[in-house]
Design a protein around this ligand. Structure first.
Ligand SMILES: C[S@@+](CC[C@H](N)C(=O)[O-])C[C@H]1O[C@@H](n2cnc3c(N)ncnc32)[C@H](O)[C@@H]1O
Length: 470
């Protein structure tokens, strides 16, 4: 937390971008994006328009009904903004390539961000009608104050945000050093100063808007996936129940791909056009997109698998077992197969998400509570990891394993310094957008844990009935 606060403070000290979610754009009266796309040979369905969609910012809506299957938007291959934009790179591109080389692969968003900044700084850039329509500010946590970072109350996300902030501050220095010796005519940003603030703006613009799609068809027929920004298409907001989807088509006589949005369902009058950004947790929605989804079925909390934690949960559930911190040899072997023990073990396990609980955690508990080695060894790992109608090692072991997971949920809940009721009352107050997001984020995590506990309790009730009926 202290490190988070320190890096946030220094970010806040330098940044020009202020932290507010607004639909205000880079320029006051940007050029008409739809007209530009059409002029460039793209297609925008005549019934579509850009409209204000409240807290979701701007979005694309339909003026009247559109049938399922209709083409909504088509972008020819020269409209998306990608890292490599020309077959004949100039000196400015070589400096950009040098800067990109300093960015770790996992932060590809910053590589594309540099490209975006380059075009933002280019007078008469082809993409200016697009860039000028981008939001001026982003509500992603790299722009949160130290206090709002604390308000998240969730270390795994704080860690990710810190990583991005530290990178931005370090990268700012590297960029300055490299650009110091570059002549103005070769300067990728037209001689303009680039700092952590402008890099943060670019990083957020890309993380909240880029898509990973087929770049072009290679000579062997394979398609190479690349990240790109899709003008106008990226005005569509997100839903887990989308009414539209992205499809790609190879352009006639070329290896290049055009990008289309097609209506998946009938679209009613005045409805937003919604795409699914992915089955992501709220950590990723907040980190990359700056919003939190209530009752997100893909949200989860991370725990570290560890015998001492299981001991504590066992005591809380009245079910202690020596195996939790000292598993027998055969139990250890299965824990190694589950990759929870041994060299290179991944001890991060989840509560929540699409499977309700992490299959590896469930399997480990079932195994640690079992005493009959032969029965366990006769089962495959998939069966051990699946929460199904049938208790694979018998009802008593199943109930005990589920009770320990409920106790782990209680431990996880206790890690949050505030209660849900307190969060609810904070949200009713007059608070900043960033604080609102932070409090919503932690409250959704707690509601999700309670939902897991409810589901597991329900399962225990069914199993107990089966047991007493037997
Ligand atoms: C690809 S852009 C969509 C266009 C954007 N609304 C705008 O004003 O430019 C993604 C951003 O839209 C907003 N957004 C999209 N779907 C949302 C949703 N379901 N709830 C809240 N905000 C959403 C978030 O700010 C997100 O970072």
């Amino acid at each position: 937390m202290d490190f988070a606060t320190a890096s946030m403070k220094s970010m806040a000290h330098r940044r020009l971008l202020t932290c507010s979610a607004s639909s205000s754009r880079l320029v006051l009266h940007p050029p008409d994006l739809v007209q530009w796309v059409r002029r460039e040979g793209g297609f925008v369905h005549p019934k579509l328009r850009i409209a204000n969609q409240g807290s979701d910012g701007l979005g694309v809506s339909s003026l009247s009904e559109i049938p399922a299957g209709a083409d909504l938007i088509t972008l020819p291959s020269h409209i998306p903004l990608r890292l490599q934009h020309s077959d004949e790179p100039d000196e400015r591109d070589s400096v950009l390539t040098q800067l990109s080389g300093k960015i770790p692969e996992e932060l590809w968003i910053m590589r594309l961000g540099l490209r975006l900044l380059q075009e933002r700084a280019t007078v008469n850039s082809f993409w200016w009608p697009y860039i000028s329509n981008l939001p001026e500010t982003y509500s992603v946590p790299i722009f949160f104050s130290g206090e709002d970072m604390k308000n998240l109350q969730y270390i795994p996300l704080v860690y990710q945000v810190n990583k991005r902030c530290s990178f931005l501050l370090e990268f700012e220095k590297e960029v300055k050093t490299i650009l110091e010796t570059v002549e103005t005519k070769h300067h990728p940003f037209g001689g303009q100063d680039v700092n952590a603030s402008s890099l943060g703006w670019a990083m957020s613009a890309v993380s909240s808007r880029a898509f990973c799609l087929h770049g072009e068809v290679l000579s062997n027929g394979q398609k190479r996936d690349i990240h790109m920004l899709l003008p106008f298409i990226d005005m569509c907001n997100h839903s887990f129940q989308p009414n539209a989807k992205i499809v790609q088509e190879q352009e006639k006589g070329s290896s290049k791909m055009s990008v289309k949005v097609v209506a998946e369902t009938q679209i009613a009058q005045n409805s937003p056009i919604l795409l699914n950004y992915g089955c992501l947790s709220n950590d990723l929605f907040l980190l990359d997109y700056g919003f939190v989804i209530p009752s997100n079925p893909f949200d989860h909390v991370e725990l570290k698998y560890d015998g001492i934690l299981l001991d504590a949960a066992g005591i809380a559930a009245g079910l202690s077992s020596p195996s939790f911190s000292s598993p027998t040899q055969w139990q250890q072997e299965i824990l190694c197969q589950l990759n929870l023990l041994g060299d290179g073990a991944i001890t991060k396990v989840n509560l929540g998400g699409s499977g309700v609980i992490d299959g590896r955690l469930l399997a480990a508990l079932r195994v640690l509570l079992a005493s009959n080695k032969e029965i366990v060894q006769n089962l495959d790992l998939d069966t051990l990891m699946t929460l199904s109608q049938k208790a694979p090692l018998g009802i008593s072991i199943e109930i005990a394993a589920l009770r320990i997971i409920i106790a782990l949920c209680v431990v996880a809940l206790e890690h949050f310094p505030t209660k849900i009721m307190q969060d609810e009352s904070i949200l009713k107050g007059n608070i900043s957008t960033c604080m609102q997001l932070a409090v919503q984020f932690r409250m959704q995590k707690k509601l999700m844990i309670i939902d897991v506990m409810r589901k597991l309790s329900h399962r225990i009730k069914i199993l107990s009935k089966e047991k007493s009926a037997a």
